[in-house]
Ligand binder design. Structure first.
Ligand code: ZN
Ligand code: CU
Length: 488
């Protein structure tokens, strides 16, 4: 007994020791077998730790232990506050989400008039209850959240707070008002600002408006994330605009869910990735991607033409058509697809419009992070909501051998924490937060499909958030272990 204590060079006791796991530490380096000791919500030690007393032990032989995954592109702003809704993410091993993407955030909530689509993907009148961004972050903290959250402010939300008419560029006075709201949010701890100039109500914002509004980002070392103006024929112009915004603002830009839409653009990821790599030599640029060749957003007739097939994910007036294709629905309605789309609105849809080879090329690009872009409030959601992370591990890394397991984990943890400056997360190293996932490398896989989008992934056995067991044996456990990750 005394020998054991002497042998305890750490001079401590662990709350939990995860023993004998294959550790994939998030750095991208090779895996190794080790014990991981956890104390006070942090990783206390990594190594041969059988001599250290621990209140609890978890035998992890034959299993992979990785840093909890960071979902860099989510629309979980509201889901974080809804009991049980984060099961979609915890069941995949996700322990941190970035919210407020594509120009859409729940706060600040002083929206004038009706909620403009696509803000209705996350917001309802009752949920616009946070006057300031600080109120929203405080609500996350006081309600308790199941995973960690880093929160962007949406530019469309800012527009809808200060403008009566979104179908035009903002006036200088409106830019001043938006800038003040952004500065307030950054002061409260927001990660940065997102735009969605792809979408009609934000399309009227030109580069000068975005630069005028985004001016406070630089002082906070904050991030500019964008669902770019164009992901099809004019994607190169959109990339150039994004890089220019980054240079003028003096901040890191994050290209959200990089993709090439429409048959005419299939294969062009060769060109876009070359351009992104070149820009990375000049300025800080990040990008993310989801591992599917279909996209999902609001249903609009003008988005229908470039897809080979469209699946309805929700519909206000026609809930009975949810989960069916627009082709089937239009046949039943006796009209064409554009007319059917117009009748179904407000609605959401899944668009099959990408090329698998582009998806693979973008996923494989070394700096590409993984973001699910899951739509938590869709009735029949895109399967990426429940399947993204196990799909990268199982389908793309293990089965298709696009890259190693270590690289897959790095993209989903260490790389994301570095690029987004989330200090103390994304690695299995002493001192880092004990955000961890334990999975069976032979079994891990996505089960959610376009037909059965809520099927839970296989192989994810245990998930810890800040040292608390948050998911085990297919069930949620501790549901308030998450923290608001604030920009420092
Ligand atoms: Zn988007
Ligand atoms: Cu998005």
């Amino acid at each position: 007994m005394s020998q054991r204590t002497e042998g305890n060079e750490y001079g401590m006791q662990f709350d939990l020791c995860i023993a004998g796991a294959t550790v994939v530490d998030g750095s991208g380096g090779p895996s190794f077998i080790a014990d991981v000791g956890i104390a006070g919500g942090r990783i206390a030690a990594v190594g041969e730790l059988s001599g250290v007393p621990s209140r609890e032990r978890c035998d992890a032989a034959g299993r992979v232990l990785a840093p909890g995954f960071i979902d860099v592109h989510t629309h979980d702003d509201r889901a974080l506050l809804m009991p049980g809704a984060m099961a979609a993410k915890l069941s995949q091993g996700v322990t941190t989400v970035v919210t407020g993407n594509c120009g859409l955030s729940l706060a600040p909530g002083g929206i004038r008039g009706a909620i403009p689509p696509p803000l209705d993907l996350i917001a309802t009148p009752e949920w616009l209850r946070f006057p300031n961004f600080r109120d929203y972050l405080e609500a996350l903290q006081s309600t308790g959240i199941a995973v960690n959250a880093a929160c962007l402010v949406g530019h469309l939300t800012l527009r809808a707070n200060v403008m009566d008419d979104l179908e035009r560029a903002a006036t200088p006075a409106e830019c001043d008002a938006m800038r003040a709201l952004l500065a307030e949010a950054l002061e409260a701890g927001a990660l940065g600002m997102s735009t969605g100039t792809f979408y009609p109500p934000a399309r009227h914002a030109d580069i000068d408006e975005i630069v005028a509004v985004g001016e406070p980002l630089r002082a906070y070392g904050a991030l500019y994330a964008t669902h770019m103006r164009n992901e099809a024929e004019k994607i190169v112009d959109a990339l150039d605009e994004t890089f220019e915004i980054g240079r003028r603002l003096g901040v890191r830009v994050l290209i959200s869910h990089h993709k090439l839409a429409g048959i005419a653009n299939h294969g062009r990821s060769v060109e876009t990735l070359r351009r992104i790599a070149a820009a990375m030599n000049e300025q800080p640029v990040s990008l993310d991607c989801y591992p599917y060749n279909a996209s999902s957003t609001v249903l609009r007739p003008e988005f229908v033409a470039r897809a080979s097939s469209v699946l309805v994910s929700w519909s206000g007036p026609y809930p009975q058509h949810v989960g069916r294709t627009l082709a089937e629905i239009s046949r039943d309605m006796g009209c064409d697809e554009l007319e059917a789309a117009a009748r179904l609105m407000p609605a959401g849809a899944i668009y099959f419009m990408m090329d698998e080879s582009d998806v693979r090329r973008i996923l494989t690009f070394p700096k590409t992070m993984i973001g699910s872009d899951g739509m938590p409030h869709d009735e029949h959601p895109h399967p990426r909501l429940w399947g993204t992370f196990p799909r990268v591990l199982g389908h793309y890394a293990r089965d298709e051998r696009l890259f190693s397991l270590e690289t897959a984990v790095h993209k989903m943890s260490g790389l994301a924490a570095e690029e987004l400056a989330l200090p103390g997360r994304g690695r299995i190293e002493p001192g880092f937060a004990a955000d961890l996932v334990l999975f069976d490398p032979a079994d891990v896989s996505d089960r959610a499909t376009f037909a059965e989008p809520r099927a839970r992934s296989a192989g994810v056995e245990r998930v810890w958030v800040n040292g608390q067991l948050a998911f085990a044996d297919g069930e949620l456990r501790h549901t308030r272990a998450g923290q608001v990750v604030k920009r420092h």
